[in-house]
Design a protein around this ligand. Structure first.
Ligand SMILES: Cc1cc2nc3c(=O)[nH]c(=O)nc-3n(C[C@H](O)[C@H](O)[C@H](O)COP(=O)(O)OP(=O)(O)OC[C@H]3O[C@@H](n4cnc5c(N)ncnc54)[C@H](O)[C@@H]3O)c2cc1C
Length: 288
């Protein structure tokens, strides 16, 4: 449980961090909250030669509203998102998701940027981020680029971030009009990671007809996915019990479902369907 030897640097600015990472793109790793990276290093699953601790850079932890978007800095902790009154008002999916991550210690140290960059197939944030159709801003010595959430999660522990890139910000368009959101999961009993987790955001009209919907599913496959067959099954339909149940049956369409010690493939498929239904029902009830 002792990591391999590494150098440790503490840049004070983002430019300094970008320059350090640019000089050592293959040997260095960014250290955010350390709640995924340090355990991986102790198990020697990761052996970076240098850790670039971005925790001392000012202005990487924030929740702002700008240009019609919610902008969240990469170093914003799960707890800061969980406890934001403003987010509870304009995008309650975010605090609801944050509140279900790990325990108090994890939520106080872990960051949204670290969670997304880690791309754990059972991580909670990826489900909310794909459901919301967020954009992820990456910076490097080459400049800045924006990646759609749908393209960001490439595979288990693999994202679209290129060597030398730092995740700087997450951008989300807050829903408007009559909207409802929900995050529900079956937690792994020891860690809290999702055995199956479902994020839903939807809008509907006064008659209860669904006008837009995003459904993100985590814990079920090798990476988070957007359940587009579920979305198609409820778009432009009244959100009644029969439609919602029928849509939820498509929760794992086209997906290779994981089976492990905690849930067999068949049981996880069942959980995904049940939790998609429950999360849709909760979001629809809140949209009234
Ligand atoms: C006991 C325990 C229980 C947990 N339970 C849950 C849970 O229920 N649900 C859940 O979702 N998570 C859970 N986690 C994980 C936790 O949420 C972590 O905080 C998160 O996965 C990683 O965030 P971090 O800030 O700690 O990142 P770190 O561990 O510092 O980094 C993780 C990875 O991302 C990279 N990275 C970090 N920040 C950036 C950046 N800005 N740009 C580019 N790369 C970056 C690092 O180089 C590293 O490869 C748990 C962790 C522990 C220890």
């Amino acid at each position: 449980m002792i990591p391999a030897q590494f150098d440790y640097v503490t840049p004070k600015t983002l430019d300094e961090a970008i320059s350090l990472l640019g000089q050592h793109p293959d040997e260095a790793k960014i250290l955010a909250g350390g709640h995924s990276l340090i355990p991986a290093m102790k198990l020697r699953l990761a052996m970076p030669q240098m850790l670039i601790d971005i925790g001392r850079i000012k202005d990487l932890a924030y929740i702002r509203e700008e240009s019609g978007q919610i902008r969240i800095g990469a170093m914003t902790t799960h707890y800061q998102l969980e406890s934001s009154d403003r987010l509870r008002e304009i995008c309650p999916l975010l605090p609801e998701c944050a509140a279900q991550i790990g325990d108090v210690q994890v939520r106080n140290k872990g960051t949204i940027g670290g969670s997304l960059a880690h791309s754990d197939p059972a991580g909670d944030w990826p489900a909310a981020i794909v459901a919301l159709g967020a954009e992820i801003v990456a910076v490097s010595a080459k400049g800045e680029r924006t990646i759609n959430a749908a393209d960001f999660f490439v595979d288990m522990l693999t994202t679209a971030l290129e060597p030398g890139e730092i995740l700087r910000e997450i951008r989300i368009v807050a829903p408007s009009g009559r909207f409802g959101q929900s995050y529900m999961k079956v937690p792994q009993p020891a860690s809290g990671f999702a055995v199956a987790g479902v994020a839903v955001t939807l809008t509907c009209d006064a008659g209860g007809v669904c006008h837009s919907v995003g459904v993100g599913v985590t814990g079920v496959a090798s990476k988070v996915y957007r359940a587009s067959a579920v979305e198609q099954a409820i778009l432009r339909k009244a959100l009644d019990a029969q439609t919602v149940a029928g849509a939820a049956a498509h929760a794992t369409d086209g997906v290779s479902v994981n089976g492990d010690l905690y849930a067999s493939e068949a049981y996880r498929r069942h959980l995904a369907q049940v939790y998609v239904r429950r999360a849709l029902e909760a979001a629809a009830a809140r949209a009234k």
